[in-house]
Design a protein around this ligand. Structure first.
Ligand SMILES: Cc1cc2nc3c(=O)[nH]c(=O)nc-3n(C[C@H](O)[C@H](O)[C@H](O)COP(=O)(O)OP(=O)(O)OC[C@H]3O[C@@H](n4cnc5c(N)ncnc54)[C@H](O)[C@@H]3O)c2cc1C
Length: 401
């Protein structure tokens, strides 16, 4: 299997030149996006432009549609793009932050070639079909079933909380392929085409008023036999690997596009936006507000350093949810009465309210705060696992609701 920098271009730009290229790209982006209507189209136009500028999949090999540059170029991109990513970038977070690196590390060469280039270019959008009504934190308890039928797998079951399933072309799916082995041993990972008769997507409206996630009903949905990522019944290790990428991505500290007051994405509000809000409301001299702003600033500065030190992914994920809640509460405090009631056409107040309401769900998506703490306790601190029968008992013999 090819490693990411196997074909690093010989004439790779220096980091200084590369940083200038990134800055020039983001300076020109508003003009590129201005004539494009609709969030999905704008997102795809953004990714295409990024790709054409040699800035998509920076450390991915060129034969997979990447730029073939080094991890240092990748870091430079993150630093230069901080606070500049358009809100539409969030449409590709699942695909690029989780599915693509998992495929790069574990999928067959054929699957990599089929799925990675269009994902990097933004031609195909992904969703994550993990959680079920009875399997959230206890993900390995999932009961969606996959049965082999000739050249296909037939999938039946229900997924829930599936972000952007309504716009996704493919879903990275976990399904049970063997009920008679312990629960972690009978799970397989698939690439599921979303546009087919066996897939029904129903939106779930959140308290923000948006419907970003969905219920997904799988009624004899079909997957080509060789669209298995990794090995049949070997999906649990890959599921964990993908979650690691998810937590790394979520914890990396990308900030929302403050200038355009984007309501997309799951990033903490940026410090600069909070300062602008405090200035607008004449609260910059308020000692309590200053205290909260100082905490927000410290949090924002810490993330890039934590990322560089390659801390456990759960640290970054926990940071993000804590930072997200703190920044939203600070925005709420600064806004005073305006944060509770506003005119329907007041898009500015609407933006802040969105983040206040949205930050709660951020503690759940990608694994709850409690699960991150369990993970850190067990995997980093070496504390004992919770005792239970489910490690060695066949899944079919486990008591279930
Ligand atoms: C905004 C958002 C987006 C999401 N997007 C997706 C998506 O795209 N795809 C997808 O598959 N899923 C998605 N999810 C689902 C998410 O992964 C689950 O909500 C999460 O894993 C928790 O599962 P649950 O909701 O079933 O809660 P439960 O697992 O029922 O947990 C309920 C409570 O019990 C606590 N708890 C559970 N087990 C333990 C334990 N062992 N120790 C301590 N405390 C525990 C939890 O922390 C939580 O507070 C999303 C969720 C949200 C909010």
């Amino acid at each position: 299997m090819t490693t990411p920098d196997d074909d690093t271009a010989e004439a790779a730009p220096s980091i200084t030149e590369f940083r200038a290229r990134v800055r020039a790209f983001f300076a020109s982006l508003p003009d590129v996006l201005a004539p494009v209507p609709g969030t999905v189209q704008r997102g795809k136009a953004y990714r295409r432009a990024l790709c054409d500028a040699g800035l998509a999949g920076i450390s991915y090999p060129t034969h997979l549609g990447g730029a073939g540059l080094s991890p240092d170029h990748d870091t430079a991109f993150r630093e230069e793009s901080l606070g500049l990513l358009p809100g539409e970038d969030a449409l590709f977070g699942l695909g690029l932050g989780m599915v693509v690196p998992t495929m790069r590390d574990h999928a067959s060469d054929e699957l990599q070639q089929r799925f990675i280039p269009p994902a990097l270019r933004g031609d195909e959008i992904w969703c994550q079909l993990y959680s079920e009504p009875g399997a959230g934190s206890d993900l390995a308890g999932l009961t969606t079933r996959a049965i082999r039928d000739g050249d296909e797998w037939v999938i039946t079951g229900q997924k829930v909380w599936t972000s952007q399933a309504h716009i996704a072309d493919f879903g990275i799916l976990l399904a049970r392929t063997d009920f008679d082995v312990p629960k972690h041993s009978g799970i397989t990972m698939f690439a599921l085409p979303m546009h087919q008769p066996g897939v029904t997507v129903r939106p779930l409206v959140q308290m923000t008023g948006a419907a970003e996630f969905n219920e997904v009903f799988l009624d004899e949905a079909r997957v080509p036999a060789d669209w298995v990522v990794g090995d049949v019944n070997g999906g649990w290790g890959l599921a964990v690997a993908l979650l690691g990428h998810e937590r790394t991505t979520l914890g990396r500290g990308q900030l929302t596009d403050d200038e355009n007051k984007s309501k997309a994405g799951r990033s903490p509000l940026p410090f600069s936006g909070l300062v602008a809000r405090a200035t607008d409301h004449d609260r910059l001299g308020d000692a309590v507000v200053r205290d909260d702003l100082a905490i927000a600033y410290t949090g924002e500065q810490l993330v890039p350093w934590g990322t560089r030190r390659r801390l456990h992914p759960s640290v970054g994920k926990l940071w993000r949810t804590i930072q997200g809640r703190h920044c939203a509460q600070t925005a709420h405090l600064i806004g005073g009465a305006e944060a509770m009631a506003w005119e329907p056409d007041d898009t500015d107040a609407d933006y802040w309210a969105y983040h206040v309401l949205n930050c709660r769900g951020m503690s759940l998506g990608g694994g709850t705060d409690e699960i991150q703490k369990n993970t850190l306790g067990e995997r980093v601190l070496g504390l004992p696992r919770e005792p239970g029968p489910d490690r060695n008992t066949p899944f079919s013999d486990l008591p279930r609701n």
